[in-house]
Ligand binder design. Structure first.
Ligand code: FES
Ligand code: FES
Length: 159
């Protein structure tokens, strides 16, 4: 198949690769860049396990093609983690047992951070609504909402 050259920024580093036009962003991240923190669940936009940030907005990595990210800025869970941007969220998830198998967790953290970076303290309903596209088969969600709410309050108190 005819491959296409793309150049993008991933977690602050410029990356140039040759990809098949049909390759999804999440497969590109995992298979070509070996960033396996973004998970693949349903592969059709339902579960949220593949959530990453592209040009500042969260997207489903399984619904976006790698070639669509030519020239884009992509941030994965590895980047959000290494930069310390979500250190408080990660600590809260751990403290409150907001993860078990961890399969949903990278996407859940990315989606939670997307909500919290807007500022303010969202209601529990707002948190549930924002995370409604991220499925968790283990936790029952209560602890996840607790963790996100606690971090929202911590961040608001520091402002
Ligand atoms: S793998 Fe992308 S939404 Fe489920
Ligand atoms: S912790 Fe297992 S799917 Fe969420």
């Amino acid at each position: 198949m005819h491959e296409i050259d793309i150049t993008l920024t991933v977690n602050g580093e410029r990356v140039s690769e040759r990809v098949e036009p049909r390759k999804t962003l999440v497969d590109f991240l995992r298979d070509d860049l070996f960033m396996t923190g973004s998970h693949v669940g349903c592969e059709h936009g339902v579960c949220g396990a593949c959530t990453v940030r592209v040009n500042g907005e969260i997207v489903r990595g399984c619904l976006m093609l790698a070639v669509q990210c030519d020239g884009a800025t992509v941030e994965t869970i590895e980047g959000l983690s290494d930069s310390g941007e979500i250190a408080d969220l990660q600590a809260a998830f751990e403290q409150r047992n907001a993860l078990q198998c961890g399969y949903c967790t990278p996407g859940m953290l990315a989606a939670a951070q997307d909500l919290l970076r807007r500022g303010g303290v969202p209601s529990r309903d707002d948190i549930r609504e924002h995370l409604s596209g991220n499925y968790c088969r283990c936790t029952g969600y209560q602890a996840i909402v607790d963790a996100v709410e606690a971090v929202a309050q911590q961040r608001a108190a520091k402002r």
